[in-house]
Structures are given as structure tokens and as C-alpha cells.
Design a protein around this ligand. Structure first.
Ligand SMILES: Cc1cc2nc3c(=O)[nH]c(=O)nc-3n(C[C@H](O)[C@H](O)[C@H](O)COP(=O)(O)O)c2cc1C
Length: 201
């Protein structure tokens, strides 16, 4: 069991990487990251997640092109951000995180809570899995990036063959860290903590 301070250090040093070194990510690290995702909490333990490990360099290039093509319909600012995001898809490690929305209607109180709450629980469960992946990556000495865009990109779904009924929610890009990730207190707002009621401390 990690000491509390070691865990805090790990949580703080998980930084979003904007580029990844080209060194290969070991298969053992990918396996550990996926195992960490499998152990994430999920609403009603429905475990909606499925993962596609993208290894094929040609497929990564095609995914990158899909990002760039989508950006053509948008303004300069979006296009320049997309160019950087697209490059992240060439990272040595790349995992598409998908979720099965069929799990939503199997909540015991699915009828009572209705679709919006089912969706909330589904997405929160997916987020828990992704966060476990990022922390596991940090523990493995890897850099990581949560890339949200595949949720909107039909071309990504087509290239990877994501079945129509599945949601594709994020890529996790991974690389081997060249130096310890930088963090500083300025990267976070002060804690907004209340005791018992909002506005009371
Ligand atoms: C739901 C979600 C979506 C995100 N999408 C992207 C993304 O598409 N591209 C990206 O570079 N970073 C993305 N990020 C990373 C955030 O930009 C990053 O977590 C934030 O700027 C704080 O930086 P840090 O992760 O280094 O603490 C996403 C993070 C979350 C939680």
C-alpha cells in the first residue's frame, strides 16, 4: 500500500503532456494501465469500458489526418490547436477508450432516474477509468494525455471500426517520460472547501 504522501506526489506529478518522446512504451506498462482501468469504480459496477490499443503506425497517421480534416471546417484558432492535438496521436502508446451505453439501462433504478442521470453515471464511470489509467501511467514513469475529441469524430470511429452501438470517448496518448513531470502549486486554484454548508468553513 502506498504511503499517503507518495500517493499525493503521484497525483500531483500526473501532468498532461503536450508531446511525447518517441521511445516505445513497454507492453507491460500498457497491461498495467488497462488493469488499473478495469479496477475503476463504476455506477452499479456496470463497468461500461472497452479499450482499443492502437499499435499500427499507418492507422495512427490516418487518425491524425482525420483530426486535421475535421479542423478544416473551423477557424484558425481551432485549426492550430487541432494540429498539436493531431500530433499527439502519433505517440508511442495510444489507447481509444470506449464505453457501452447499453450498460446504462441495466441500472436497477434505470426507469426512475431517467436518461439524463443514466448518462451522468455512465460518463462519470468512464472518467474514473480514464483517471485510473493516467495515474497508472504516471506510476509507470510515462507521460500521458487525455484527448477528448474522438467523442465527436465519426472518422475515428470508422478507422478503428468502433461498433455503432459503442461510444468512443477519449484517446489516452502515452510516452516514456524523459524527466520527472513538472508541477507547481500555481497550477491549481486554492481548495474551495466548505464545512457542513456552502459558505461555512
Ligand atoms: C474531460 C477532459 C478532457 C480533456 N481533453 C483534452 C484534450 O482533448 N486535449 C488535451 O490536450 N488535453 C485534454 N485534457 C487535459 C486538460 O487540458 C488538463 O487536464 C488540464 O489543462 C490541467 O492540466 P494537467 O492535466 O497537467 O493538470 C482533458 C482533460 C479532461 C479531464
Amino acid at each position: 500500500m502506498a504511503a499517503p504522501e507518495q500517493f499525493l506526489e503521484l497525483a500531483r506529478s500526473r501532468r498532461t503532456a503536450r508531446e511525447h518522446a518517441p521511445a516505445p512504451v513497454p507492453d507491460s506498462a500498457i497491461a498495467l494501465i488497462l488493469e488499473a482501468a478495469r479496477w475503476a469504480p463504476s455506477a452499479a459496477n456496470r463497468q461500461p469500458w472497452e479499450f482499443v490499443v492502437v499499435r499500427d503506425p499507418a492507422l495512427k497517421q490516418a487518425l491524425r489526418q482525420a483530426f486535421l480534416a475535421e479542423a478544416q471546417a473551423h477557424g484558425d484558432r481551432y485549426r492550430s490547436v487541432t494540429e498539436k492535438q493531431a500530433d499527439l496521436l502519433l505517440a508511442p502508446g495510444l489507447i481509444l477508450v470506449c464505453g457501452d451505453p447499453a450498460t446504462k439501462v441495466r441500472y436497477i433504478n434505470a426507469d426512475e432516474i431517467g436518461e439524463p442521470v443514466q448518462e451522468e453515471l455512465f460518463l462519470l464511470s468512464m472518467g474514473a477509468a480514464i483517471q485510473n489509467m493516467l495515474l497508472a501511467a504516471t506510476a509507470c514513469g510515462l507521460t500521458s494525455t487525455w484527448i477528448a475529441r474522438p467523442a465527436r469524430l465519426e472518422a475515428v470511429r470508422a478507422l478503428i471500426g468502433v461498433p455503432a452501438e459503442m461510444r468512443s470517448l477519449a484517446f489516452v496518448a502515452l510516452g516514456v517520460a524523459q524527466s520527472p513531470p513538472h508541477w507547481s502549486e500555481q497550477m491549481r486554484n486554492p481548495l474551495k472547501r466548505h464545512i457542513d454548508r456552502f459558505g461555512e468553513s
